[in-house]
Design a protein around this ligand. Structure first.
Ligand SMILES: Cc1ncc(COP(=O)(O)OP(=O)(O)O)c(N)n1
Ligand SMILES: Cc1ncsc1CCOP(=O)(O)O
Ligand SMILES: [Mg+2]
Length: 215
């Protein structure tokens, strides 16, 4: 995949938002997110048909802005709604199982919380690795201990330059320069956009800062 797609990777579910999730997503799209992941999980998350309906609406929105739409965890849903890819973690379906079921052009991302997992994800053929948490986060209840920037630097050194990496966990505007210098191709954000009173403004500021330090 083109690593520039990871520049500003927005992840969200309805329970992450303080206003209408479709409005939040459209503001983020207007302001220039480069990739989106539908992550409908945790307390109050929509289930079954409600979840599918929201996913379909979000996919349509992403399509209208030509931003790829990925689904978190749920391969069945991703196949049903013809998503552009999926993100799986260490406790989810293995990438080999996903690859065997999905279209060949899907983007498949794999999470890594340490060097061993990152090296394995590369061996397994992940299109990109989601590395984190970098900083502490309250968004993911079962998040591991933060690895810090030093952890991110070590992961990048261990996997080499050929695989795209996106950093995740507790990322704010002020971290951008350090994260890119540590070797990430971009940032994954939930709350810094979804909990903002102006997702549009917050996204725009993040994008401008990212543009300063990338091509
Ligand atoms: C880009 C990105 N990186 C990491 C994750 C975390 O995935 P996982 O460990 O499976 O945790 P959940 O998000 O499923 O709770 C991610 N979703 N996206
Ligand atoms: C899904 C996920 N995986 C590792 S940390 C995290 C949550 C990121 O959310 P936030 O950007 O609000 O810290
Ligand atoms: Mg998961």
């Amino acid at each position: 995949m083109n690593p520039s797609l990871l520049k500003l990777y927005f992840i969200m579910g309805s329970n992450n938002c303080i206003k209408d999730p479709l409005e939040v997503l459209e503001e983020a799209l207007k302001a220039g997110i480069t990739l989106f992941q539908f992550r409908e999980k945790g307390k109050g998350a929509k289930q079954k048909e409600d979840k599918k309906e929201l996913a379909q609406k979000m996919k349509a929105l992403c399509r209208s802005y030509k931003v790829p739409f990925l689904v978190n965890d749920d391969i069945q849903l991703a196949l049903e709604i013809e998503a552009d890819g999926i993100h799986v973690g260490q406790d989810d379906e293995h990438i080999s199982v996903v690859r065997a079921q999905c279209p060949s052009d899907w983007i498949i991302g794999v999470s890594a919380t340490n060097v061993t997992e990152a090296v394995q994800a590369k061996r397994d053929g992940a299109d990109y690795i989601g590395v984190g948490p970098i900083f502490s986060t309250t968004t993911k209840e079962d998040a591991k201990k933060p690895m810090g920037l030093s952890g991110l630097i070590t992961v990048r050194k261990s996997v080499g330059k050929s695989i795209p990496i996106v950093a995740i966990g507790g990322i704010q505007f002020s971290h951008i320069k350090d994260i890119l210098q540590a070797g990430a191709d971009g940032i994954s954000i939930i709350s810094a956009i979804s909990q903002s009173r102006s997702p549009f403004q917050s996204t725009l500021l993040l994008k401008q800062e990212l543009d300063l330090y990338t091509r």
